[in-house]
Design a protein around this ligand. Structure first.
Ligand SMILES: [Ca+2]
Ligand SMILES: [Ca+2]
Ligand SMILES: [Ca+2]
Length: 169
């Protein structure tokens, strides 16, 4: 008795299974693919979570935060000279702001213009030694401060527990 077809048939069959698994819309997305809900951020706890909770699990770990900030800095340094000019800094912010507006189905409005204005102001504050460059050191400084601002209860992560004192006003 000869069995000629089984191997090829099995390969084809398993390929088909693999392909349909990949194409299946019910397949849960990988966490990585999500990214922050509101990448442009802003003030307060909700904005912090929206901007830095990459895997959207309700917790911003220090590692998650540092990785994302480094990524953003590298993307922003479009001429790759190791520091950010005001134009580079603002362009990177605008890309995130646009992404956020598109995701929310919003058109460019006064708020958009205001946030762009603030991005320029922010650059000049972050550029502490006023040489027109945001260096890695300056970026690390602000990253450190921003995380501490978010981590109200100082337990090393930012999550709902940090929302109590801040949004009281
Ligand atoms: Ca997270
Ligand atoms: Ca640069
Ligand atoms: Ca915390």
């Amino acid at each position: 008795m000869k069995h000629k077809t089984p191997v090829a048939t099995l390969v084809m069959a398993s390929l088909a299974v693999l392909l349909s698994a990949c194409a299946s819309p019910s397949q849960p997305k990988a966490d990585k693919a999500l990214g922050p809900v509101n990448p442009a951020g802003g003030h307060g706890h909700v904005a912090f979570m929206g901007s830095y909770d990459v895997n959207r699990d309700g917790v911003v770990t220090r590692e998650e935060y540092d990785t994302l900030r480094k990524q953003r800095y590298m993307v922003a340094d479009s001429n790759q000279d190791g520091w950010l000019s005001e134009a580079e800094y603002v362009a990177e912010f605008e890309a995130r702001l646009k992404q956020q507006y598109v995701a929310q189905g919003r058109q460019s409005d006064d708020g958009y213009a205001q946030m762009m204005k603030q991005a320029h102001v922010r650059f000049n504050i972050l550029d502490k030694n006023k040489d027109g460059r945001l260096s890695v050191e300056e970026e690390n400084d602000v990253a450190e401060r921003t995380f501490k601002t978010g981590d109200v209860n100082l337990d090393g992560v930012v999550n709902a527990a940090d929302n109590m004192k801040k949004d009281k006003n």
